[in-house]
Ligand binder design. Structure first.
Ligand SMILES: *Cc1c(COP(=O)(O)O)cnc(C)c1O
Ligand code: SF4
Length: 347
């Protein structure tokens, strides 16, 4: 895996930056700058507003203060059982396996944690997490997230999966990674072989693809390695201004994912994380896009649009409402193209 840009200085020296990009000031509060060679090769550098570029080139707009935002709007710290295990929903936990990513997304919602150079989870922390799950039998799934879990070495991943599965053989494991689009060469046969060894319960691959151009042939090949090992693939997209906040791009993205055997799972409304306001889309617009996608996309290609509510409220769907009223024992619904239909109440 080659990381072409490792600092803001690097970026300034190598590329012609726009005014907003140039005015960015790096500090210990900002998310680090890192861009992989692979992702850079997909960017049209002539275009200041290229939808891939604005996800990874920093901007002075990240420094704008907004009182509605903070560094932990989902109150993940409150729901944390250790520095790395988040237990917000009864049936599933999220494990922050590392804070490192090969490439940092400017819209990252876990900025409070990501890129702080804490590094990989220790073996001791892995054992603690496995014990915690064993003591809470209602937990059926774990999300291996971060940072990017696939920045861990093969031997660390082996230990992690082995430990989790030894103590909890039926635990479903989600591999949450953006590596298939940031650095697809990381998906080696030996990595896949590790997952194959611990097959007492399913794995699911959860990718993050925000624009159809990110699905380059190398990314598709990387996902195919998981699929061919029997690991089902789902995608989570972040709604981003100037990236995918229009009908045609969202439609193309969902169809391209589905065609490549990646089920569109969630589209997330941007969280109120400091430094990401310039990439955030109005909730109204997200709902409008959701409504149009319901017309254009097949049920298989249609993701759930979600909002992770502030103050740790958890996820709720963002969607138009089709039930208009309930009167005289009759439900009145709106059809997808805006007509009305009635359905009786059954007593
Ligand atoms: C989103 C999330 C999950 C997974 O939620 P699903 O709706 O099952 O995808 C689990 N834990 C935390 C802390 C989350 O934010
Ligand atoms: S890959 Fe995920 S964790 Fe890493 S910077 Fe991007 S959004 Fe944040």
């Amino acid at each position: 895996m080659k990381i072409e840009i490792q600092s803001f200085k690097d970026l300034k020296n190598k590329y012609n930056l726009s005014e907003n990009e140039k005015a960015f000031k790096e500090s210990d509060k900002t998310l680090p700058i890192s861009i992989t060679s692979h992702f850079l090769s997909l960017i049209n550098l002539e275009d200041e507003n290229d939808p891939l570029r604005i996800q990874v080139f920093p901007s002075v707009l990240e420094e704008e203060e907004n009182e509605l935002e903070n560094i932990d709007p989902l109150e993940e710290i409150n729901n944390s059982k250790s520095s790395r295990l988040i237990h917000r929903y009864e049936s599933r936990v999220a494990l922050l396996t590392t804070d490192i990513c090969p490439m940092y997304c400017r819209h990252c919602f876990r900025r409070r944690f990501t890129g702080k150079m804490m590094g990989a989870i220790s073996n001791e922390e892995i054992c603690e997490a496995a014990d915690y799950i064993q003591k809470h039998p209602k937990i059926t799934e774990i999300l291996l997230t971060g940072g990017d879990v696939l920045t861990l070495s093969d031997s660390k991943i082996d230990f992690l999966v082995k430990t989790l599965r030894e103590k909890n053989p039926k635990l479903i494991i989600r591999i949450c990674t953006r590596m298939v689009v940031t650095a697809p060469s990381r998906i080696t046969n030996s990595l896949i072989d590790i997952f194959k060894k611990y097959n007492s319960a399913p794995f699911y691959l959860l990718t993050q693809v925000n624009h159809p151009r990110e699905l380059a042939p190398e990314a598709i090949e990387a996902v195919n390695k998981f699929l061919n090992a029997g690991i089902f693939a789902l995608n989570q997209t972040v709604m981003l201004k100037g990236v995918n906040d229009n009908y045609d791009t969202m439609e193309e993205l969902c169809n391209k994912l589905l065609f490549n055997r990646i089920k569109p799972y969630y589209v997330f409304q941007g969280d109120l994380v400091s430094g990401t306001a310039h990439l955030r889309v109005n909730v109204n617009k997200t709902i409008e896009i959701e409504r149009e996608m319901r017309k254009r996309l097949s049920g298989l290609a249609m993701p759930n649009f979600m909002l992770d509510l502030p103050k740790g409220g958890g996820k709720v769907p963002l969607s138009d409402c089709y039930l208009k009223s309930f009167e005289n024992n009759t439900y009145t619904f709106k059809t997808i193209d805006g007509q009305e239909r009635e359905y009786p109440h059954i007593t």
